[in-house]
Design a protein around this ligand. Structure first.
Ligand code: ATP
Ligand code: MG
Length: 555
């Protein structure tokens, strides 16, 4: 018997259960699974489930399966299968053996359904949807038995066979479990096990026209794969009764080490939705450009925006696992990525709202090459080449004609600032167009201040960033705000009424030349601006803002 691994931290109630199951000898090796339905892209909520399932298995030296819960062909697509595999791998997890599909077990599911029928525990029911709803009763009123409940076993076996070979129309009948129409758990009032769907399935093509329901397929998939702890979200708490009922009534699966279901709270994130159905509506109604739009809380959207896998795993660890549903603070996610990128992101300079600055005492035609650290705290990351000349770009927001007060640390007429990684300059005059729009700022520079303070002891506190004009490369910057105006958009029936109309702002500016070959695989810190990541889906130089340098949301 394997004793609980001493190094495993009992950080949540699931680990407590596992420790007990290992100590009692109920299980020897821990086996979990992540069971997505391939009907959309994975979102941050799935990341919580992925981290929980994979790290639990890993920490106990067990294993975790990736199983597609592909029992609803009308909503599923191979595009989703591929994106899900890719996202799980990108998050840094390895599933055990081959990818699994519930559809591989369709034969076993079918035989299991026949076994239930043979035991008088399932029947084919011809009630219409509306009738079935009436018969089901309510929480206060007990249900009534379906008139088809007492059909003989023999006839039910034949009817079920007929369902399988396409002898009935879609919706004409279903296979139901015979449990208890007066159960206080609505889900136990003869739940549907199989329904008819004449749809081509992405794995089994047209082989089947009957498809099992989640409640029937899931427990069987778990049992077939030898899953020990089947972790799912709280809304399935009542359904645990069907899970247990099904396995307990099937000879092959009613074993002492059969799987058990444990529920944990869903991740809900502020200013986001974690419902695939609603995310699909956002895409279908063009509120965003695609599932991987950087405003989407999907794994692919977060990745395209510059989030790292490590930051998402860190976030999932920070929010923890419990049985209490809550709305997680978006700033926790943002601080996870900020903490990660602060350590690893190469530094560079980009000017997002450019204005020209001319240094009048700098020789015309001269371009100086300077070295700047790639990461000021990590010398091993080396240096990069930046340039300096008579004409540079600075950000409009870094200049005011008249400094508003003594604390103002940016550039103003007759005020000095340091240009990041270069010299101290002093603004002398400006030039505006006929409409009084600022065109150019004129300055002088102190040639004796490259990498050192002025020799006369004067103190220059402000630092602004810049890009040399002749080497500057044009780039587009996409600055994102929350996709929703309300912190809990789930409270709106119609999500579109909470959409933030200004969630994307596009700016055109300049980047330093070292960013010309910027990779979309990593985010960069644009000094004083924030973290940015090159867009992976545009050929041009487009940068998505990942997150600001500081949390300014509540200020
Ligand atoms: P959705 O409502 O987005 O369609 P789902 O639960 O139907 O979600 P699945 O593909 O069936 O989506 O989910 C796969 C696994 O991920 C399930 O075990 C599910 O419980 C878990 N999961 C889904 N959403 C969340 C969430 N917000 N927080 C934690 N786990 C989640
Ligand atoms: Mg589901």
């Amino acid at each position: 018997m394997r004793s609980p691994n001493k190094d495993v931290k009992t950080t949540n109630f699931i680990r407590k259960i596992i420790n007990e199951d290992l100590s009692s000898g109920k299980h020897v090796v821990i086996k979990t699974r992540f069971p997505p339905e391939p009907n959309g892209y994975l979102h941050i909520g799935h990341a919580k489930s992925i981290c929980l399932n994979f790290t639990t298995a890993e920490d106990y030296d067990g294993s975790c399966n990736l199983r597609f819960d592909d029992t609803n062909p009308t909503k599923e697509d191979i595009e989703y299968v591929n994106s899900i595999k890719n996202d799980v791998k990108w998050l840094g997890f390895n599933w055990d053996g081959e990818v699994k599909f519930s559809s591989t077990y369709f034969d076993i599911f079918y035989k299991s359904a026949e076994e239930l029928i043979s035991k008088g525990l399932a029947y084919v029911c011809f009630l219409t949807n509306d009738e079935a709803r009436e018969y089901r009763g309510t929480l206060k009123v007990s249900g009534e038995n379906s008139p088809y409940r007492d059909t003989s076993i023999e006839e039910n076996l034949n009817l079920f066979k007929k369902m399988k070979i396409g002898g009935f129309k879609e919706g004409e009948c279903v296979l139901r479990a015979k449990i208890d129409m007066s159960s206080s758990f609505m889900c136990m009032r003869d739940p549907t096990l199989y329904r008819i769907r004449f749809a081509t399935h992405h794995q089994t093509n047209d082989e089947w026209c009957i498809y099992p329901m989640y409640d029937f397929a899931h427990c069987l998939g778990d049992a077939i794969e030898g899953i020990t702890h089947s972790l799912c979200t709280l809304e399935f708490q009542d359904n645990r009764r069907i899970y247990d009922w099904t396995l307990e009534n099937l000879d092959d699966f009613n074993n002492s080490d059969r799987p058990h279901q444990f529920e944990f709270s869903r991740l809900n994130l502020e200013y986001a939705t974690t419902s695939k159905r609603k995310l699909k509506l956002l895409v279908d109604n063009n509120h965003v450009n695609s599932w991987s739009d950087p405003r989407m809380p999907t794994i692919s959207g977060l990745r395209r925006r510059g989030y790292t896998a490590a930051s998402i795993r860190d976030f999932c660890e920070r929010i923890g696992v419990s049985k209490v549903n809550s709305l997680s603070d978006i700033t926790i996610l943002e601080s996870s990525i900020r903490d990660d990128l602060n350590n690893i992101a190469p530094r560079s300079m980009a000017v997002i709202n450019p204005i020209k600055l001319v240094i009048e005492n700098y020789p015309e035609g001269k371009i100086q090459s300077l070295k700047a650290p790639v990461h000021p705290q990590n010398k091993e990351m080396g240096t990069r080449e930046i340039f300096f000349s008579r004409e540079i770009y600075i950000d409009k927001e870094d200049f005011l004609e008249v400094a508003p007060n003594n604390k103002y640390k940016r550039l103003a007429i007759n005020k000095e600032v340091r240009l990041r990684n270069a010299y101290i300059i002093k603004a002398t005059r400006i030039e505006s167009d006929k409409d009084n729009n600022l065109q150019t700022v004129y300055c002088t520079y102190d040639s004796d201040t490259l990498g050192k303070n002025p020799s006369d002891g004067r103190k220059v506190k402000g630092v602004i960033h810049y890009v040399e004009s002749s080497k500057a490369i044009s780039a587009e910057f996409r600055i994102y705000d929350r996709l929703f105006l309300d912190s809990n958009p789930a409270t709106f029936d119609d999500l579109s009424s909470s959409i933030n109309p200004n969630s994307l702002e596009i700016r055109n500016g300049f980047i330093e030349p070292s960013l010309f070959n910027a990779s979309a695989e990593r985010a960069y810190q644009f000094e004083r601006e924030g973290y940015f990541c090159r867009d992976s889906e545009c050929d041009e130089l487009v940068f998505n803002k990942t997150v600001g340098l500081k949390d300014t949301w509540n200020q």
